[in-house]
Ligand binder design. Structure first.
Ligand code: ATP
Length: 362
């Protein structure tokens, strides 16, 4: 469905070469940002604190003016337009409802600024949105009589009544406790599917990005590192930063020297010489003697008590629920593995490790 709609209407929002600096150019908040957001697409901007994701979102919203580059909505260049003329709705980190107004008035607030709509139309929109958000019963209450999740829904409703071309959300759940946050993620995802309106969502939380995004934009130091679906980002990270940032526990990134052995090509680390697969060997042929980083996710290390390719000391077993994260050290290198719950006893001292070498990145 998404693909069909996107091909009909094309990209709703496009950023081309967006750059924004502060302090007379000495702080580059974001640079060379190119993102396409399709009709109905849920796009998440994710990266560590200070990577430029909020600045990028604020440029789209018209709250910052880019130094360079352009932003278009449905093919129309909006780079110079004022925020209020952009038909984009911004939902902020803090909920910021008016405490003395009813939920109805809070939701209606933005609409009341608009003199083109009849009061009948405004009433209809507020009631439709309240119904979608499960707030119909709460319309005449004050925000203080609502739970945190309901308050967050009211602030979403305020954006929804504007029927914008896209929603821009900046860490909207960061003030909520963990359970409520999980719940709100599902709610927002459901609402977005129903409305089929583009959403651009900023978070520093890679897990939140993975659960919400149809498309994930990973940023670091002001630059986009990779754009892809959650599976693409997880399975085929474009670089070391993305590999390390996405997924928990973090992948094992081991420095190795490429060697030629009697059996072909291998990667010598401090603790074990890892045989290269045929495909890897082809790529490594011209790199004999050089150093490469060998990346392998924890779930692709297999642990056994009595046999395996190499031996490691077991430091800590960390229960994750259905799985355990097992932290190891081998020849001075820290490694992580993920095993089914309880498979490795917590008081084990040493384990044997096998690597599912076909799953490795170079
Ligand atoms: P966070 O998650 O902490 O909000 P972020 O990834 O959203 O971080 P930005 O807020 O976009 O990052 O900031 C990017 C860089 O630009 C940072 O180094 C920040 O200090 C700087 N910056 C942002 N806004 C301003 C401003 N108004 N004046 C000066 N520097 C700024």
């Amino acid at each position: 469905q998404n693909a069909v709609d996107a091909s009909v209407s094309g990209n709703r929002i496009r950023l081309d070469g967006v750059r924004k600096t502060f302090n007379e150019g000495s702080v580059v908040a974001c640079d060379d940002v190119n993102i396409e957001i399709d009709e109905g697409e849920f796009v998440v901007l994710v990266g560590p604190s200070g990577c430029g994701k909020t600045t990028t979102l604020r440029c789209i919203a018209g709250l910052e003016e880019p130094d360079r580059g352009s932003i278009t909505v449905d093919g129309e260049d909006i780079t110079g337009l004022k925020s209020k003329d952009r038909n984009l709705a911004f939902v902020f980190q803090s909920i910021a409802l008016f405490p003395h107004m009813s939920v109805r008035k809070n939701i209606r607030f933005g609409l009341d600024m608009n003199t083109d709509l009849s009061s009948e139309e405004k009433r209809r929109r507020v009631e439709d949105v309240a119904e979608t958000l499960g707030l119909s019963e709460a319309l005449d209450r004050k925000p203080s009589a609502l739970s945190g999740g309901q308050q967050q829904r009211v602030s979403l409703g305020r954006a929804m009544v504007m029927e914008p071309a896209a929603f821009l959300l900046d860490e909207p759940f960061s003030a909520l406790d963990a359970n409520l946050r999980d719940h709100m993620r599902v709610e927002v995802k459901k609402i977005q599917r129903e409305l089929h309106t583009a959403m651009i969502f900023v978070t520093h939380d890679q897990e939140e990005a993975m659960t919400l995004g149809d498309k994930i934009v990973v940023m670091n130091n002001g630059y986009v590192q990779q754009i892809g679906t959650p599976y693409e980002i997880y399975n085929e990270p474009a670089n070391r930063f993305v590999a390390g940032f996405i997924g928990s526990p973090s992948p094992n990134l081991v420095e190795c020297t490429v060697e030629r052995t009697a059996d072909g090509i291998a990667l010598a680390s401090d603790f074990y010489t890892i045989p290269a697969t045929e495909t890897q060997a082809e790529r490594l042929e011209s790199l004999v003697g050089e150093t490469v980083i060998y990346g392998i996710r924890p779930e692709y290390l297999d642990l056994q008590i009595d046999r395996g390719a190499f031996v490691a000391d077991l430091d800590v077993v960390e229960p994750l629920g259905d799985r355990d994260a097992v932290h190891l050290s081998a020849g001075g290198t820290d490694l992580s593995a993920v095993t089914p719950q309880g498979e490795i006893a917590r008081d084990t001292d040493r384990v044997h490790v096998d690597i599912q070498t076909e799953e490795a990145w170079l």
